[in-house]
Structures are given as structure tokens and as C-alpha cells.
Design a protein around this ligand. Structure first.
Ligand code: NAD
Length: 360
């Protein structure tokens, strides 16, 4: 089905309100999840609602957390999200970094123990909207799925990396990806009979490349597909280079922030995020910065297309296009996602038809 972003946002917000989150937090969770769907990253959108509700129920995620400042100087802040919603502690950490970088020219914010921060590009976009360049290294303690280059055993999380760059008068450049060859959500979709994954996305314990989801989940048992039931791993993207970047995401976001790296044994789920913010105004003339940036982006995009009728896009452009299309036409939701949201709504005493019975 297609659903208008505003209706979907109301539905998600009402579900979290019923789960005891404040009105402001419920609205934020809804806003950022729907924005991920609008950007085309459905794996980090409203599909996450049942999982967040489960984490709330089990006491692994907390409502309306404030950011705890562990230490702070002009250019460095160490902050603890206290396992609060990433949609609450994430923007608080970014706001802090923006303010510090505007004052000092640059700032590093080390965020530990955040709930799921969702689509990391969101935080690079927030900084770019304030006119700042930023770089974000993220890891996921409690989720070890990815084998390092040259190895077969899981050692990394899907550890995303994001960077944002403001382009005066135009949309920012936003690079944002997981350092795994493929998002776990896509393996799950393939495991459930959806779009197959590339045949070299996974690696078996024997070192063979694989596109068979059973490599990650083990043979189907009839129950939910869980990565802990499989013996293989997702490969890091980009051979030794991507694997090296994943290692740095774990070190910077897990070890340096104090959030913890992916690792053996039972670990509590948390995102760590090491963010660096830079205010161009402190680096030199705004006019020169604007001219050089815009000129270079135009130059890059002017490269002759590799395929007839093709086009060179810069990072962030695909998301901007999907956002424009979905804002106009509505967000496509697979039946099973709508069914799980409807179930969550009914459990909260809400009527799903109120939100979804009309076309977008
Ligand atoms: P992806 O492979 O879709 O890559 C997206 C990036 O590539 C974007 O910056 C996009 O603009 C750019 N891009 C895509 N096509 C392009 C083209 N033709 N030309 C130029 N640039 C292009 O991303 P992914 O690895 O599937 O990650 C999906 C999302 O998952 C990300 O938003 C990431 O932050 C999120 N994630 C979050 C967590 C977490 O723990 N919170 C963990 C893993 C991933």
C-alpha cells in the first residue's frame, strides 16, 4: 500500500504515546523513522517499530532520556545516551556538536550507549542544515555480524559511516552507508523469499563466498530467522579498504567513546557515534568556500556518463530524489510491514484504519 508520510507519522507517534513515551519523544521517533522511509532507506524506517516496542518492554531501551555530559571542553564532549531512544539522544548530541563547532570552529562529540540511531545520514544532514561539514563513525555493540577481510568469523557490526558537506544554496552532499557488503535487513528479505542478495555478500565458515541467507541464519526452522542461529558472516564491503574502515568505526565509535565494540558474549544493544563537526566560516572566506565547493560539484557531475543516458550523481542525490517522489506520492509499505504496524496500533487501542484507509 501507499500511505502519506503525515498519516504514517501520526500513526507511529500515537503508538509510542500509548507505549508511555512523552508527546515530544513520540513525535521525534515518528519523524525520524518516516524520514528514513522518505529517503528510500526502508530498512531503517517504520519497519523498526515492533523491535523498538520489544526493547521498551524488555527494559533494554528507555523513554525520554536526557543526554548525560560525562566531560566537556570547548572542542570535545563525551556524552552518554543512557540507552535512550536514538531519536532523542541522537539529535541532542548533534545539537551540542553544532553549537560547539560554531563557537570553536570544530568539535568532537563522542556519544556512547545510544539506542538505535537509525539512518546516520540524518545527523550529517542536520549538521549541514546548520552550515557545518561533519563526519560520523558509528558501531553497534551487541550486534556482531561482519567478518573482517581475510577472515571468516564475525568480528564487526555493520558499523555505518556518514559524512555531510554543506553546499551553499544547494542540497548538501551526504555520504552514508553501512561498512558491511549488504545490510542485514536485505539478507532477511532474501531469507523470506524476497529479492536475492549478490552471490558474494556472505562468507561461510569454510571460507566460501555465498549469497544463500542460510549462511547467516542457518537452515529454516519455521521460527523467526535469527543471525545467532547461523555460522557464517556478512562480508565487509570493499575488500581490505572497507574492512579497514569498519575496524575504525568500531575503534572510534566503540572503544574511544566508551560505548563498547562488537565482541564476544552477550552485549547490550547500543550505538556508539564519534562525530566531528567543522564550521567552514572558521576556515576562511565564505565566498571562496562557496565558489570552490559549487564549482567542484559541478565539475564532478560533468563527467561523461559511463553508460548511454546515464548520469553522475553525488552522494545524497538519490535520497533527495526519492524524498521528493515519496513526499508527493506517498510511502510504499509492504503488506507485512503494514500488518505489523496495524497490530502494534491495535495493541495500543488505536484503529489502524484511521491512518491507512485512504490512499496517499
Ligand atoms: P547504500 O549502499 O544504499 O549507500 C547509500 C549511500 O550511497 C548514500 O550516501 C547515497 O547517496 C550514495 N549513493 C547511492 N547511489 C549512488 C549513486 N548512483 N551515485 C552516487 N552516490 C550514490 O547504504 P547502506 O549501506 O545500505 O546503508 C543504509 C542505511 O543503513 C544508512 O542510512 C546507514 O546509516 C544505516 N545503518 C544504520 C546502522 C545503525 O546501527 N544505526 C547500521 C547500519 C546501517
Amino acid at each position: 500500500m501507499l500511505i502519506a508520510a503525515a498519516r504514517l507519522q501520526d500513526m507511529i507517534s500515537d503508538i509510542f504515546r500509548a507505549a508511555g513515551c512523552s508527546e515530544a519523544e513520540s513525535a521525534r521517533i515518528a519523524l525520524y523513522l518516516v524520514r528514513s522511509n522518505l529517503a528510500g532507506h526502508d530498512s531503517h524506517g517504520v519497519v523498526r517499530v515492533p523491535r523498538y516496542l520489544d526493547l521498551l518492554r524488555t527494559g533494554d531501551l528507555f523513554r525520554d532520556r536526557e543526554l548525560e555530559i560525562i566531560s566537556r571542553s570547548d572542542a570535545l564532549a563525551i556524552v552518554d545516551g543512557g540507552y535512550g531512544f536514538g531519536q532523542t539522544v541522537g539529535p541532542l548530541a548533534v545539537e551540542l556538536g553544532i553549537g560547539m563547532a560554531e563557537a570553536a570552529g570544530t568539535a568532537i562529540v563522542a556519544l556512547r550507549h545510544a539506542g538505535h540511531l537509525g539512518r546516520i545520514g540524518e545527523w550529517a544532514e542536520m549538521a549541514a542544515a546548520a552550515g557545518l561539514a561533519s563526519v560520523h563513525f558509528v558501531n553497534v555493540a551487541g550486534s556482531m555480524l561482519v567478518a573482517p577481510f581475510g577472515g571468516v568469523d564475525r568480528r564487526f557490526s555493520t558499523a555505518p559511516f556518514a559524512a555531510g558537506f554543506p553546499v551553499p544554496g544547494e542540497a548538501p552532499i551526504v555520504l552514508d552507508f553501512a561498512t558491511s557488503a549488504i545490510a542485514e535487513g536485505k539478507v532477511l528479505v532474501a531469507a523470506n523469499g524476497g529479492k536475492p542478495i549478490p552471490p558474494d555478500s556472505l562468507i561461510t565458515p569454510a571460507g566460501d563466498l555465498s549469497g544463500n541467507p542460510d549462511t547467516l541464519y542457518g537452515p529454516p526452522t519455521g521460527g523467526p530467522r535469527m543471525a545467532k542461529n547461523g555460522a557464517g558472516a556478512i562480508r565487509a564491503f570493499g575488500e581490505h579498504k572497507g574492512s579497514g574502515l569498519a575496524l575504525f568505526c568500531e575503534l572510534l565509535a566503540g572503544a574511544l567513546t566508551g560505548s563498547g565494540c562488537a565482541g564476544p558474549g552477550e552485549r547490550r544493544f547500543a550505538n556508539g557515534m564519534l562525530s566531528i563537526y567543522m564550521a567552514p566560516a572558521h576556515f576562511g572566506s565564505p565566498e571562496a568556500f562557496s565558489a570552490e565547493t559549487r564549482g567542484f560539484i559541478d565539475f564532478v557531475k560533468s563527467a561523461r556518463p559511463a553508460t548511454p543516458g546515464g548520469e553522475v550523481l553525488v552522494p545524497g542525490e538519490p535520497e533527495a530524489r526519492i524524498r521528493a517522489e515519496r513526499s508527493n506520492n506517498g510511502i510504499p509499505l509492504p503488506d507485512e510491514v503494514w500488518a505489523s504496524l496495524s497490530e502494534a496500533a491495535r495493541a495500543a487501542g488505536l484503529s489502524p484504519d484511521t491512518y491507512g484507509s485512504h490512499p496517499a
